[in-house]
Design a protein around this ligand. Structure first.
Ligand SMILES: *[C@@H]1O[C@H](CO)[C@@H](O)[C@H](O)[C@H]1NC(C)=O
Ligand SMILES: *[C@@H]1O[C@H](CO)[C@@H](O)[C@H](O)[C@H]1NC(C)=O
Ligand SMILES: *[C@@H]1O[C@H](CO)[C@@H](O)[C@H](O)[C@H]1NC(C)=O
Ligand SMILES: *[C@@H]1O[C@H](CO)[C@@H](O)[C@H](O)[C@H]1NC(C)=O
Length: 128
């Protein structure tokens, strides 16, 4: 019985990594430590996650999590969302620093981080 459960676990983990390989945007999205987004990888793909809008190449182009009552922090991995054009995290309870890796978002045009609990300054973005 235990062995069956164990095998089922192994199978479900390999299913997870198979799905995970589909888009390089998933790890940076999950790096947003916002546990209450309801995002989970095996169930739906990132382009179908709440607040995520993809371009036609299925890369994340817009992220809008405004007004969702989210607690969280942003890590440097946000800089890996290479195709991000618009980021709206406004009116939540994100806290901590704003990582300098935001400057790697070369396509970014709109950033709205208003009404959160961030500390520190917004790095210069879009020019690296
Ligand atoms: C982001 O990119 C860096 C450098 O390419 C890499 O080391 C890191 O693992 C990436 N992080 C995620 C969450 O994809
Ligand atoms: C996207 O999400 C909807 C419900 O939120 C679901 O019905 C649909 O199957 C999902 N599509 C994919 C490709 O995951
Ligand atoms: C994000 O969504 C809110 C609605 O929840 C909307 O008012 C706002 O304009 C959107 N932000 C962007 C950048 O589209
Ligand atoms: C901020 O978000 C809360 C929900 O978390 C919502 O009730 C409130 O109306 C929002 N405020 C603005 C100015 O959008």
């Amino acid at each position: 019985m235990a062995a069956v459960v164990y095998l089922a676990l192994i199978l479900s983990f390999s299913a997870v990594s198979a799905v995970t390989n589909i888009t390089p945007d998933e790890p940076p999205l999950l790096s947003l430590k916002a546990p209450n987004t309801g995002w989970s990888s095996p169930v739906t793909q990132v382009c179908n996650w709440t607040g995520v809008l993809c371009n036609r190449h299925e890369r994340v182009a817009a992220l809008n999590l405004s007004n969702m009552g989210l607690l969280g922090t942003i890590t440097s991995d946000i800089g890996n969302l290479s195709f991000l054009v618009s980021l709206d995290l406004s009116n939540n309870s994100f806290s901590g620093g704003i990582p300098k890796e935001m400057a790697h978002l070369r396509r970014i045009k709109d950033i709205n981080l208003n009404f959160n609990d961030f500390s520190g300054r917004l790095p210069v973005v879009g020019f690296s």
